[in-house]
Ligand binder design. Structure first.
Ligand code: SAH
Length: 371
């Protein structure tokens, strides 16, 4: 018998990361600058350095008074992330970075270049409390939530790396951000929302990304999905479903014992109704576990019952994780799964598994002592 899976939504409370310029609203930035004895105009200059020039180095800020530059930067831009290890693959088009946070906690993010876009897979929590047994991060447990600025710093540093040719040597522009790194973004709601709003805010107040280029992926925390639907944002929502029936999903995604398949699907449909954004359903195909033709049919029926053109299925062959007894489905089984969905007029595309050779693909992010 499988032991009952455990999960936790609330993060352990630990020492908070120092408050950073990127944690603040515009008004708070202006106030922080005034409190430091400067005119609030300096806040705009600092924002331009940080979000447009992508720098937090006082030496780059030559338009600020030399006498106070260092002190201002020290007060408002405490170092939050330092790179501890970096590894590239896919001809330099996939780069995974291990970051050390202010308290020594480690997290990873993955940057991926494609012909038409550059995507950052961002981390929202150190570890994860959702305990999905096929996901390496899920096996780590939850260490702590990241602050908004710790999430934004991942994006600022990725945008700078793109600009400076980190992907295949060519200068690129960071265009997409997916909350598919470590953690359950909707269990760290406030920090994630502040980060999303900052990604969307036009330069120099934020990174100026398009809402449709931001994806928030969730195990299906229903009240948080509804809250997100009410934010008036056009971000893409992805639901990690992995099984259309409660019996299996409760084993693969333990939170299912709190919010069932139908409750999660109803919430994603409400998200579509509120935002007009097509929802993605993620489905890791696990050999002989969830890849049966009848499960494809059941999935298609459950989606089609709620309407058409509101949803898109993204099956992904399972990426192997250490100690797991599960493997990816056979390609023929994968094709049949997609075919069944398409027969019910449910669009489906296999997601690529970038970075699997560097443990950088979906579900493989876990901190190894050696890295
Ligand atoms: N906690 C969020 C976001 C992080 S994971 C969520 O679960 O949606 C991003 C995606 O990778 C999720 O769909 C997750 O289920 C999937 N995933 C996890 N482990 C995987 C694995 N071993 N192979 C393929 N996909 C995996």
């Amino acid at each position: 018998m499988t032991p009952a899976p455990t999960f936790r939504i609330a993060a352990p409370s630990r020492g908070k990361p120092p408050r950073h310029f990127a944690d603040m609203t515009n008004e708070e930035r202006a106030k922080a600058v005034r409190d430091a004895g400067h005119t609030s105009f300096r806040a705009k200059q600092l924002a331009t350095h940080y979000f447009t020039h992508l720098t937090a180095d006082p030496d780059d800020m030559t338009d600020l008074p030399a006498a106070s530059r260092d002190a201002l930067v020290k007060a408002l831009f405490p170092p939050l992330l330092s790179p501890a290890f970096e590894v590239a693959t896919d001809d330099g088009e996939t780069v995974k970075t291990l970051w050390s946070l202010h308290d020594g906690v480690k997290v990873e993010s993955v940057l991926m270049g494609y012909p038409d876009r550059a995507t950052l897979c961002v981390t929202s929590q150190a570890g994860c409390g959702m305990a999905c047994p096929f996901c390496a991060t899920g096996q780590m447990g939850l260490t702590r939530n990241l602050s908004a600025a710790e999430i934004i710093e991942q994006a600022r540093l990725a945008a700078r790396a793109c600009r400076d040719g980190a992907l295949g040597g060519k200068p690129r522009r960071l265009s997409n951000i997916v909350f598919m790194g470590m953690g359950e973004p909707l269990a760290n709601y406030n920090a994630v929302l502040r980060a999303v709003r900052t990604f969307l805010a036009p330069e120099p107040e934020g990174l100026g990304l398009a809402a449709r280029h931001i994806t928030v992926s969730t195990v299906g925390l229903v009240p948080a999905i509804d809250r997100l639907a009410g934010e008036g944002l056009q971000v893409t929502l992805a639901l990690s479903l992995h099984a259309p029936d409660d019996e299996l999903r409760s084993e693969l995604v333990p939170i299912n014992t709190t919010w069932s398949v139908d409750q999660a699907l109803d919430a994603t449909k409400r998200y579509f109704d509120a935002t007009g954004r097509r929802v993605s359903i993620e489905y890791a195909l696990i050999r002989d576990i969830n890849d049966h033709a009848w499960r494809a049919d059941l999935l298609a029926e459950k989606l089609a019952k709620r309407g058409h053109s509101w949803v898109h299925v993204n099956p992904i062959p399972l990426n192997p994780t250490p100690g797991s007894k599960w493997t990816a489905s056979e390609p023929a089984v994968e094709r049949e799964f997609i075919h069944r969905l398409e027969e019910h007029a449910i669009p489906a595309t296999i997601r690529d598994t970038r970075g699997s050779d560097i443990d950088g693909a979906c579900g493989q992010l876990a901190i190894k002592e050696t890295s």
